[in-house]
Write a protein that binds this ligand. Sequence first.
Ligand SMILES: [Mg+2]
Length: 184
Amino acid sequence: MKRYALLKTLVPVMRDSLVICNIGIPSQELFAIEDRDNHFYMLGSMGLCTSIALGLSLNTTKNVIALEGDGSMLMNLSTLATIGNRGPNNLFAVIIDNGSYGSTGDQASYTSAATSLAGIARAAGCERVVECDGDAAAKHLERALNEGQSTLIIAKVESGNEPVPVVPLHPVVLRERFRICVSH
Ligand SMILES: [Mg+2]
């Protein structure tokens, strides 16, 4: 299973949540599968997907889901310590771990070698950490949302991108429609 197939399984589970999607191909793939106002497609700030979701989750009672990547997470590991100590229970993350930097040409990331994001997250104090094959991620996310327990899901998939176009939405439109979702 590649990222695109995994995202297809996640979309039905995320419809009632605020979704922050990692910059680049992940956002393009999510947009191509189903564009929704509750999807925030990042247009910059690589490495800050989970941090944005954390900040949002601390300022809303709605469930917030970060669709994170392994390369992006490796850029900003310190946010795991913040989540481990201060993360609220309405914060969820699916770290799509394909062991590569998919948006820049599938260069191998360290999670394809010796580094375990699950191990790092647990050591950072995150209590509920699940590492699973991509095809089990939606089930784990649905369960976590139903139980109202903040959970980090590291979903292992193969590298590779779907040939999809860029997200055509103007940044202002993207921001405003998401803001309405946050405040209603
Ligand atoms: Mg990756």
